[in-house]
Design a protein around this ligand. Sequence first.
Ligand SMILES: [Zn+2]
Length: 300
Amino acid sequence: MTKPIGYITNPLVRHSAERDPGALARFARDPQTAMVLVAGDLPILRSGEPGTGLLPASVLNDLDGHQEQVLLGTLDGRPVVATLAAPDTAELFRNDPSFTVTDLRSIAVRGLVPAEELGMLAMAKSMLDWHNRHRFCANCGARTATAQAGFRRDCAACGAQHFPRTDPVVIMLVARGDKCLLGRQARFPEKMYSCLAGFLEPGETVEAAVRRETFEEAGIRVGEVRYLASQPWPFPSSIMIGCVGEAISEEIDFDKDELEDARWFSKDDVRRMLEGTHEDFAAPSPIAIANHLIREWTKT
Ligand SMILES: [Zn+2]
């Protein structure tokens, strides 16, 4: 069976009605609460086969202090709270074999927690990262404070309310007949080619962004665009909008500032890349939606 795409499964029940002013204090003290602890940007896991990112609430007793908290929701009736701690807090756990300290990408790639927890960890990391970067009001510069159980920050000085952001990215498998267009950035692992991608701009439709990015990066014109699937990508807070586009031109003229290479691949090439048996080229990791987009295309 194909591995699920990383971060897409999130069984949390989100209760905006429960985000009352006392909710965080109430749930953070509740011994039933499951705690997601993130030190800087590293989730602290309980080790195991698999491990878990859901720790007992008492884990906070061992810390000197912590920063923002977010009531993520409930899981089978159990509240789940995410807590941000200073980056050096990770050192408290690093040498203890009952804990695992690593980045969220490695957690997904290595399958260190059940797939259902990855979405929760992604949500926690994106929310806490947003708090960390939005301690001051973008409108007036005064300090802001957590509200709505961590889903808003309020500025007492000017009354502005700030909401967590999600940054939309279009990612597309562009095909023409039985070949597809993949590109390679210099920072990619050796041999890896992947789908083209780029941020959606204000005032732009998803379809327009797919066409613009494909033309800017590879010089290829795209006609029909279809949405296929999406993936939260918590680095720090993107949503990858996976699309399939039909190329209406063939001659590649790639942007050398963005890409090291772009080329057409046959279905046979791509199948071997997905299997890991191609001598010259490799597919992106199964945790990435790009892998799923490429795989789905090979079935058409
Ligand atoms: Zn303000």
